[in-house]
Design a protein around this ligand. Structure first.
Ligand code: PLP
Length: 388
């Protein structure tokens, strides 16, 4: 039987939407995503293989080993979650927080608030301690929080992308052991770009993303947990209340059993394998040094143009710089101009820093001297045209 009904094209713009995709060239110097390394893009463009193909199973183990190196950890449970950094963030909370657990979140920016929101959704008793956006916690302040709230879990952000602060980590892991609580650390904007030692710093759970320091597109959320965290997971009274992110199920696929859980985004894993391989080839310390020295050139260049950094040098983050918007400058118009006339993306301020700072990222593949020179040149020649 044939139907006489005509197929509707839904709307008349469909013809335009159906022309082959063409993406404008952008230099992504904002808070993420960052540009991907060309070799990573080549890896992503390969034909997929089956998610239980012996080739792929070998590749999974390589990704895990490369992640362990990049994170400086021996944790057995180290794997990329299928999802962005927020999925891996949620995985840390979902797997170890049980209803009624006390979770202390040390908030010093936007992403600390997200952690606290997530913990409350998993029915934790959430307590918070807070710092101004642009500051870091001292060990003493964290210890006071642990004394006061006696939490089961302390969660904090290492590299706070909303403020440009890098939280000093020395001693925090020891404190958590002393007060018998687990430590969750957000390493989304630090992995690959700034010194980070999961095992030495006694971090119990950590997560990250593919699109910031790792030179890959968004789509994977590296996750790691140690034996202390595994024990808490094992002793749960109820199942992990999130099926997709349940590490005990995921480990049946990533561990030796290879039991199907969900179809792995195989091409994303091709991409991250290549990204992590490039990082190994460069060397982790060389990558940290490169991020640091390019950031220092950026800071010095901006200061020479009379601009001020929002964060003091001791806790300033190499992967993400917050620079104060000079008085009398139309910050949004300048950012739009950068994008529309130079193809360069930078970020505006979030939350309490809205309208006060720009956020300039030099992450992964984009942390290169030619990019620093390019952005400094545009600030030098064009900023004065945006007086209010
Ligand atoms: C980007 C970011 C996230 C969220 O990651 P998504 O990949 O955007 O989901 C979490 N924490 C920090 C510190 C970030 O910068």
């Amino acid at each position: 039987m044939s139907t006489s009904q005509a197929i509707s094209s839904i709307d008349k713009n469909l013809g335009i939407a159906c022309s082959p995709i063409s993406v404008p060239e952008r230099l992504l110097l904002g808070p993420g995503p960052s540009n991907s390394h060309p070799n990573v893009l080549k890896a992503l463009a390969l034909q997929p293989v089956g998610h239980l193909d012996p080739f792929y199973i070998k590749l999974m183990a390589e990704v895990q080993d490369l992640l362990r190196y990049t994170w400086q950890t021996n944790n057995r449970l180290t794997l990329p979650m299928s999802g962005t950094g927020s999925a891996a963030m949620e995985a840390t909370i979902a797997n170890i927080v049980e209803p009624g657990d006390k979770v202390l979140v040390a908030i010093k920016g936007y992403f600390g608030n997200r952690l606290s929101d997530m913990a409350s959704r998993y029915k934790a008793e959430v307590h918070t301690i807070e710092k101004q956006w642009g500051e870091a916690f001292s060990l003493e302040e964290l210890e006071n929080g642990l004394k006061k709230y006696k939490p089961d879990v302390l969660a904090l952000v290492h590299a706070e992308t909303s403020t440009g602060v890098c939280q000093p980590m020395e001693g925090i892991g020891e404190l958590c052991r002393q007060y018998n609580c687990l430590l969750i650390v957000d390493t989304v904007t630090s992995l690959g770009g700034v010194p980070l030692y999961i095992d030495d710093w006694k971090i119990d759970l950590a997560y990250s993303c593919s699109q910031k320091g790792l030179s890959c597109p968004p789509g994977l959320g590296p996750f790691t947990m140690n034996i202390r965290a595994e024990e808490k997971l094992l002793n749960r009274k109820d199942k992990v209340p999130n099926w997709y992110l349940d590490v005990s199920l995921l480990n049946k696929y990533w561990g030796s059993d290879r039991v199907y859980h969900h179809t792995a985004p195989v091409n994303m894993n091709f991409g991250i394998r290549e990204a992590l391989r490039l990082l190994l080839e460069e060397g982790l310390e060389a990558s940290w040094d490169r991020h640091r020295s390019n950031a220092e050139i950026l800071w010095q260049g901006l200061e020479e143009l009379g601009m001020k950094m929002h964060v003091k040098p001791e806790i300033r983050l190499a992967t993400l710089t917050t620079v104060q918007i000079p008085d009398g400058i139309d910050s949004k118009a300048f950012a739009s101009h950068l994008l529309n006339h130079h193809g360069i993306e930078i970020g505006g301020g979030l939350g309490t820093l809205g309208g006060k700072v720009w956020r300039i990222g030099l992450m992964g593949y984009n942390s290169r001297i030619e990019n620093v020179e390019k952005i400094l040149d545009v600030f030098k020649t064009d900023l004065s045209k945006f007086k209010l």
